[in-house]
Design a protein around this ligand. Structure first.
Ligand code: ADP
Ligand code: ZN
Length: 731
């Protein structure tokens, strides 16, 4: 290893800050000097800001005006590979470096002295009087010997109130001390025995372990139907990685909902891994950030931003449900965590496992082209088999306007209830009803800030805009014609379906799962847990329930509207519907009871619906790939979305038109620009949105051309320009 570069006190250093400036700033190294990559605090105008020592200063400033670094923060300097990763990710996504650095420092108080908390252990004294409660505290302490507890842990384990513990502290029976919060995570033990694997699984696990041990970059697409044991297999790769003393990262799409997964990890390795997600508290985030950087965390289970933690020695990245759309960040820095995982791994010599039952066409094509290795698990583990799939032709069901469950589906659900099993009804719409219509004047209630309807959320007793999150109380008179009591819900949402279910099955226990119905991720987790234990006969849910939960007693899935995703002109409509339907169906029949999935549809002959039923995945991908190839669209061509927005629509269009005409740099590489046109959602949060689409051939170095192209216009005032490389959504 080469010695990291060091700058003596007073030497000029270039610092990258988190502030939106498009250049590095020169500072003088502080007293004691600093290392390349050091996290520092620097003065910027009247403020102190966070930065990284990025290299030697350029010296093109009046030296007498150059200020000094205020202090070097108490954090491991950013490693070279991390700096390279941020640079390349910035280049690929056309993101300014300060924004990249903000992504990599999303933990509060990075440089502050370690925060402390009170811990409790056995002290010297004896209690003046022994009560039952006090005895339980003493016994708990005796049982765990030297270990210390938080107040909450100790009182919970002893089954006493915290005041009992506090009373014992006063008498010196229990000692109270300050201890740093940022302590290493408990060691995971990769040598604990895993499950006994089937031959298929064992071969896969061996292949992945070997790849990890090679310590060179590579990507494997791990494909297998839901329940085939993909998780078991990649946990063996994690074990191989930990055994080598390297760190591993497992990315999951819905991190808040991973109670079951965490339990499995704990069972496999004997301790809990670090959990990085939006629900984590600031102190937790800080602890993880620091421990990852110091090697005090071996395994991180995280949402997409866990990719930007300062790993010391990363050997494996698993992207579970790699096709999931939530890996694409859609605001701020527009990046796809799956692609960035591959980039990061290629820089640090780590292996990547992309796991999915229904891979993205991108990954499928990369495997076809030989860029990724393929690993397939073909059958479900044990007696579980893939569910039987069928359609219900809704044209024949002739339902009244406010009903969505066909008689056939109703019968099928009833049969499951009678058999003591669970059924799930799936609808991919949050809230009560997507439209609130005035029956007097036809007005539909829309958001004031967005070109979007407001969605009634009866549970919250409010209308909500799904674009900007704005809510308002449900009006009693029409905001347009002021007619009273004429507002009516139109169309189904998950809450309304719950209401219908209560009518159809009055004696059944019905659990409606929607993210906004639970105050916290924790409450939602508890509800899912209770359903898995048999706490409901019918589960009603949105996309949320399609993601990786194991309901062993669930044997029927009814999809209320299988056509929903097929509407619209989205490039990936077919792919997404195929993935979602297969995934939802996969919820049925995971244990020893075979499952059934029934899709309600108005177009049972639609090729996508037929492909879903036939279960011929390879055939579906081939057909889809051929179509995309013919059209020259991803993954067989390149795309970038340009979104201009601002409060004044004419000003936004001015710039857009100007750009569209100045397309020389794009034409130079054979790329074309389409638009400008108003975006499908033409106004969000009061800002008018205009889109353009750039298309190019696959091999084209599009980023360079895009950079040259947009540099030609000056974006002034309140207008913003965002470039979305490889766009996933086109709203
Ligand atoms: P996937 O990730 O492909 O959906 P999982 O790894 O979650 O599949 O496996 C599905 C279920 O089968 C889990 O409950 C898992 O513990 C169990 N399972 C899979 N393989 C084995 C095995 N070899 N031994 C015991 N249980 C297994
Ligand atoms: Zn809105």
């Amino acid at each position: 290893m080469t010695r990291p570069e060091f700058y003596d006190e007073g030497a000029l250093v270039a610092v990258l800050t988190t502030q939106p400036l498009d250049r590095l700033l020169d500072y003088k190294a502080p007293e004691g000097g600093c290392l390349l990559g050091a996290f520092v605090e620097v003065p910027l105008g009247p403020r102190k800001v966070l930065g990284i020592v990025w290299g030697p200063g350029r010296g093109d400033w009046d030296i007498s005006k150059v200020r000094s670094v205020i202090r070097v923060l108490d954090a491991a300097p950013m490693r070279e590979e991390m700096r390279t990763f941020l640079l390349k990710a910035a280049e690929y996504t056309l993101t300014p470096m300060p924004a990249m650095l903000r992504l990599a420092t999303r933990a509060p108080g990075l440089g502050d002295p370690p925060s402390m908390r009170k811990i409790y252990r056995r002290g010297e004294g004896e209690p003046d009087r022994a009560t039952d409660a006090r005895r339980r505290v003493m016994e708990t302490l005796a049982e765990y010997g030297d270990l210390s507890f938080t107040l909450k842990e100790l009182s919970e384990m002893a089954g006493v109130t915290s005041s009992v513990v506090k009373g014992l502290v006063k008498q010196g029976v229990v000692s109270e001390e300050d201890a740093p919060r940022d302590v290493p995570f408990r060691r995971l033990d990769p040598s604990l025995p895993g499950k006994e694997l089937t031959d298929d699984q064992a071969a896969g696990a061996a292949m992945l372990a070997e790849a990890v041990r090679s310590e060179t970059y590579g990507t494997t697409l791990l494909r297998g139907v839901t329940g085939s044991g993909k998780t078991e297999v990649y946990l063996e790769a994690v074990a191989a990685c930990l055994a080598q003393g390297r760190q591993a990262l497992v990315l999951l799409p819905e991190i808040a909902l991973t109670a079951e997964f965490l339990k499995r990890v704990q069972a496999r390795f004997g301790a809990r891994p670090a959990e990085w997600h939006s629900g984590a508290t600031m102190t937790e985030r800080r602890r993880i950030w620091r421990m990852v950087g110091q090697g005090g965390a071996q395994l991180v289970i995280g949402a997409r931003s866990a990719l930007f933690l300062p790993y010391q020695n990363l050997g494996l990245i698993v992207v579970d449900e790699e096709h999931d759309t939530s890996y694409k960040q859609e605001d701020g820095v527009l990046y796809n965590a799956r692609d960035m995982a591959v980039l990061r791994a290629s820089i640090c010599g780590a292996h990547v496992v992309l796991a999915s039952a229904t891979p993205s066409l991108e990954s499928w094509a990369n495997a076809e082209a030989g860029k990724y290795k393929r690993l397939e698990l073909t059958s479900r583990f044990g007696p579980a088999v893939m569910p039987t799939m069928g359609t219900i032709d809704m044209r024949a069901a002739a339902l009244p306007a406010d009903r969505w469950v066909s008689p056939d589906l109703q019968k099928a659900v009833q049969a499951r209830i009678d058999a003591g099993e669970q059924a799930m009804l799936f609808i991919n719409r949050r809230g009560y009803a997507p439209i609130t219509l005035c029956r007097a004047c036809g007005h539909q209630i829309a958001c004031d800030q967005c070109d979007a309807r407001m969605v009634e959320h009866r549970f919250l007793k409010r209308l909500m805009c799904h674009q900007c999150g704005e809510t308002k109380p449900m009006p009693t008179v029409c905001p347009s014609c002021e007619a009273e009591d004429r507002l009516a819900p139109v169309g189904p949402g998950v809450e309304r379906l719950g209401e219908e279910a209560a009518l159809l099955w009055p004696d059944a226990r019905i659990a409606t799962l929607s993210s906004d119905m639970y105050g916290s991720a924790r409450a939602l987790k508890a509800e899912i847990e209770s359903i898995a234990q048999g706490g409901a006969d019918i589960v009603i849910g949105t996309q949320l329930v399609a993601k990786g939960h194991n309901f062993p007693n669930l044997t029927l899935v009814g999809v209320i509207d299988a056509d929903l995703g097929l509407q619209g002109s989205d490039l990936r409509a077919a792919e997404r519907t195929f993935q979602l339907m297969r995934q939802v169906a996969g919820r049925a029949g995971r244990a020893d009871k075979p499952g059934t999935a029934l899709l309600q549809t108005y177009q049972p002959d639609h090729p996508v619906i037929r492909a879903i039923l036939a279960g011929d995945e390879e055939g579906f991908w081939r057909a889809e790939a051929a179509q995309r190839e013919a059209a020259g669209v991803p993954p067989y061509g390149r795309m970038a979305g340009i979104i201009l927005s601002g409060p004044d629509v004419a000003a936004v269009f001015d710039i857009a038109n100007h750009l569209a005409r100045a397309d020389g740099p794009l034409r130079q590489v054979g790329a074309q620009v389409y638009g400008p046109a108003p975006a499908p959602i033409a106004r969000v949060r009061g800002r008018h949105r205009v889109r353009m689409l750039v298309k190019a051939d696959k091999g084209v170095a599009l980023q360079g051309a895009l950079r040259k192209w947009v540099r030609q216009v000056q974006i002034k005032g309140d207008i913003r320009l965002a470039i979305d490389i490889d766009p996933q959504s086109f709203y």
